[in-house]
Design a protein around this ligand. Sequence first.
Ligand code: FAD
Length: 302
Amino acid sequence: PYDVLVVGGGPAGSSAAIYAARKGIRTGIVAERFGGQVMDTLGIENFISVKHTEGPKLVASLEEHVKEYGVDIMNLQRATRLQKKDLIEVELENGAVLKSKTVILSTGARWRNVNVPGEAEFKNKGVAYCPHCDGPLFEGKDVAVIGGGNSGVEAAIDLAGIVKHVTVIEFNPELKADQVLQDRLNSLPNATVVTNAQTSEITGTDKVNGITYIDRATGEEHHVELQGVFVQIGLVPNTEWLGDTLERTRFGEIVVDNHGATDLPGVFAAGDCTDSAYKQIIISMGSGATAALGAFDYLIRN
Ligand code: FAD
């Protein structure tokens, strides 16, 4: 069996695997797609100490660093079940069962898509999901935020300080964000809110040039010219496969303590799949290190 088995090969999992392997213990990492969300990222400018890099380039360095140690890398393998017996068992889609004394879950998350024409086509060409990451790229430009929940309104307030104008487009008749956030948004001179509006298309040529929505009350179609669209309708953790083997929040995020431990002894978690307040590469890597050190601590005590 492994001492530490990491499930997920994004920044959190890579960091956890390196920290574990450096303790000289038997470490494996199983990933559906090594690199995770970073593989889908073009420019990265907030990975501290690296002024600018690109997703696939960062993933190549992550892989090179993991390979520096004797870590078993099992790429293109999806975990489908976790069970605690004497050891912790992780079952893969292909039927294989991996056994380990401790497991670190780092299966990340995925942004919910609006699924309208233009969204996939203009991803990284004006369509964005992370205001902390891509906000500065739209300095002085006009943008829209799709989604009027807390994350959408927070994104709009954040963006309003950088861009020329931000339009929030909400499907429901009212915003769902906390009142304090709505009040703050309403106080901004360069923010507009459109409610009861269904986004029907993100338009553009080589990059985004506008957004089309339908006023749900009148059925009328409207088009706004802009250069960026931030989709903020939810970040879904990849934790469905865990069922109720361990505690998750109502959003599906794995609940961890400050050692990265879950409520199932020997099972730790890190990165975007957890209830961490913020989801970023640097934060995922830090929590991966925490979870690996937590797992090591657990091993020497049990
Ligand atoms: P992920 O990167 O999501 O990795 C999850 C890993 O788990 C993957 O290997 C996946 O294949 C694997 N996995 C999932 N389910 C299973 C399963 N059942 N079995 C086995 N493996 C599984 N952050 C920044 O800091 N700066 C940026 O500029 C930035 N830009 C971004 C741009 C885009 C388009 C996106 C989508 C995100 C961006 N982020 C950025 C956020 C950042 O990518 C994430 O916070 C970070 O990747 C989270 O790391 P993670 O390891 O927790 O999860």
